[in-house]
Design a protein around this ligand. Structure first.
Ligand code: SF4
Length: 337
């Protein structure tokens, strides 16, 4: 049962009405024990559904099992999540009630600096598997914000991601502004996000202001001009009222030059949004390096002075050797040994 549509079909076969689905989902996403909500369930659910609930809940719980948990010194915790078919995905509990979820196993974009991108796309996650990461995380601590910045490119799995966002923003009781759709950009997404019942905030991964360099760094991202992407993102941000987060992984000797700083200033000065500058989290298997922290601070300061609201952020979980895709890569290696 990977998708919510499959759950809906199962419930329908048991005689449930469409509205009953949300009661079941509420119990699951908030980890409410069945006996705790028994009165409500007895009132509202047909007998056949109530009888099937323990089995259904067991199946939902098996969509995402905790395989590994790596606490970091900054309050984050990296989770390796086991899926029903033996695949795994990564999720990260962030400080202050955040959760970073995966939307795919692997990723087709192939960013040169990302471990997940090196193995290509393995498979899509169903909407239920995305929601299952939230249910699992809430067994560990409360979650009030969900960012789609884990493994995968959400625009490549748009229907499942939008369904998960809608349910997180309604039954899951996450504020809409606290749902963050993070993308490298795709021409279709801006209109579709605008039309969604729950419209999330937007994070746009830029990484370079230079179209050619961006194509080299993100080889299978849609070949769209950074200028066009920023204008579309800006329009979406203004329509929703949520400032856009522009993401920039800062890599030594790759996108930390004076020319790039000029390019960022040209693209983003005066925009209603924030530039999250994240110094690269070096990985032994890849040839990229993290710039010196003082250099990062100087870049952030300069951009700030040039009218770009810039936040220099340390990537969560750096000290547990778990940048995006690393936990999964390491688990696969161990399985082969
Ligand atoms: Fe995919 Fe994101 Fe990794 Fe790029 S950084 S390969 S978009 S998971």
């Amino acid at each position: 049962m990977y998708s919510i549509a499959e759950l809906q079909t199962r419930l329908h076969q048991l005689g449930a009405l469409p509205a009953h689905r949300d009661r079941v989902l509420r119990h699951w996403l908030h980890n409410i024990p069945l006996d705790k909500g028994r009165r409500a369930l007895q009132h509202f659910l047909p007998l056949a559904v109530r009888e099937a609930l323990p089995e259904l809940m067991g199946e939902l719980a098996s969509l995402a099992r905790l395989q590994e948990q790596h606490p970091g010194a900054d309050g984050s915790e990296r989770l390796l999540v086991g899926l029903q078919d033996g695949q795994s995905a990564e999720a990260v509990l962030l400080p202050r009630g955040g959760l970073c979820v995966s939307s795919q196993v692997g990723c087709a974009v192939g960013c040169r600096f990302c471990m997940t991108g090196q193995g290509g796309l393995v498979r899509q996650l169903g909407s239920a598997e995305i929601l299952a990461q939230l249910a699992l995380a809430r067994q560990i601590r409360p979650v009030r914000k969900v960012v789609f910045m884990g493994m995968g490119e959400p625009s490549h799995n748009l229907a499942a991601v939008l369904e998960a966002i809608e349910l997180m923003g309604t039954v899951g009781q996450i504020g809409h502004k606290q749902l963050v759709f993070s993308t490298v950009g795709d021409a279709r997404i801006f209109d579709q996000l605008r039309q969604a019942r729950v419209r999330p905030a937007l994070a746009l991964s830029l990484h370079s202001s230079n179209a050619q360099r961006r194509r080299e760094l993100l080889p299978r991202a849609a070949p769209l001009e950074p200028q066009w992407l920023v204008e579309e993102a800006d329009r979406y941000g203004r329509d929703t009222g949520y400032p856009v987060q522009y993401q920039w992984t800062l890599i030594e000797g790759v996108n930390d030059s004076a020319e790039e700083i000029d390019g960022v200033a040209r693209l983003l000065a005066g925009r209603w949004g924030v530039l999250n500058m994240i110094p690269y989290n070096s990985v032994p298997a890849l040839p990229y390096q993290r710039p010196d922290w003082e250099r990062c601070r100087a870049i952030a300061r300069e951009l700030h002075q040039r009218g770009v609201l810039t936040k220099l952020r340390d990537s969560a979980g750096q000290d547990v050797d778990g940048g995006c895709g690393q936990l999964r890569a390491r688990a696969q290696q161990q399985a082969l040994q």
